[in-house]
Design a binder for this molecule. Structure first.
Ligand SMILES: NC(=O)c1ccc[n+]([C@@H]2O[C@H](COP(=O)([O-])OP(=O)(O)OC[C@H]3O[C@@H](n4cnc5c(N)ncnc54)[C@H](OP(=O)(O)O)[C@@H]3O)[C@@H](O)[C@H]2O)c1
Length: 235
């Protein structure tokens, strides 16, 4: 399988590159010019295109001939970077390609997610502060996902919980709505987030889903995993 990883130089991106190579996929990667060195470990095994991920010309070239596209959507900056990135992928990826996007739990597809007061407070505080200092714009990621949800491409939007580093614990569990008991622990290993993203490429049951994920060994997954959750193989 030939796949493209957009935003490959970040922590999530590099885990995805490693896991895609482990599976024998041919990998084309995009990252910002100043971050090329972060992919040195892979430089002989991937095709790397330096460039802004919201540049339509860059995206048009890298997604050509790809069966899957993994995109790290980030709200950094205030130039609609996430929206531009998502739009370029939607516009130029081959029609039959699987498109997997990453984001956080704050994205809601149908408005039925139930957030704790603490989560809403932190989100409002971070969103406000980030906008004031022009560090990030959470609404940009919201708009990016709104466009993805409205698209008839073969998309999946993977919504990550809080993340931590550490060795893999296995494929995360998922649920359609934040607030479901299985997600209560709100913690996933970043390496397993990447694993879920890569796994989703080959799972058509996740098309047009926005799974909210949680570590499979987290307390809430252990407590409710048998009844209240979905595994990556479930519809
Ligand atoms: N961090 C969390 O706790 C958390 C929680 C839930 C979900 N998520 C989701 O997980 C995904 C990965 O997040 P992460 O926090 O783990 O980050 P990450 O993997 O380290 O990735 C950060 C990405 O943002 C890019 N970036 C950094 N500054 C930028 C800027 N000013 N303009 C444009 N791009 C910039 C980086 O590119 P360079 O390598 O070029 O700097 C890199 O591709 C995201 O979709 C995020 O929404 C994160």
């Amino acid at each position: 399988m030939k796949i493209c990883i957009i935003g490959a130089s970040g922590k999530l991106g590099r885990y995805m590159v490693q896991q895609a190579l482990d599976r024998g996929y041919e990998v084309v990667a995009v990252c910002r010019q100043q971050s090329v060195g972060k992919l040195d470990d892979f430089k002989d095994r991937i095709t790397l295109m330096p460039g802004a991920t919201n540049d339509p010309d860059v995206i048009r070239q890298v997604v050509s001939g790809c069966e899957g596209v993994l995109t790290v959507l980030v709200p950094w900056g205030v130039q609609q970077y996430a929206t531009g990135t998502a739009q370029a992928v939607l516009d130029f990826a081959p029609a039959d390609a699987r498109l997997i996007f990453s984001c956080g739990w704050h994205i809601t597809r149908d408005g039925k997610d139930r957030y704790s007061r603490r989560f809403k407070l932190l989100l409002a505080l971070f969103g406000w502060l980030a906008r004031v200092v022009r560090f990030a714009d959470l609404d940009d990621q919201v708009e990016a996902c709104r466009r993805i949800f409205a698209s008839d491409t073969r998309w999946t939007v993977v919504r990550g919980s809080d993340l931590e580093e550490g060795p893999s614990q296995g494929l995360p569990l998922w649920s359609r709505h934040v607030g479901d008991p299985v997600l209560e622990s709100n913690l996933t290993r970043r390496v397993d987030f990447a694993r879920f993203m890569v796994e989703a490429l080959g799972n058509d049951q996740l098309i047009h889903e926005a799974p909210a994920i949680v570590g499979c060994q987290s307390p809430s997954a252990q407590a409710y995993g048998e009844t209240g959750c979905r595994r990556v193989t479930d519809v």
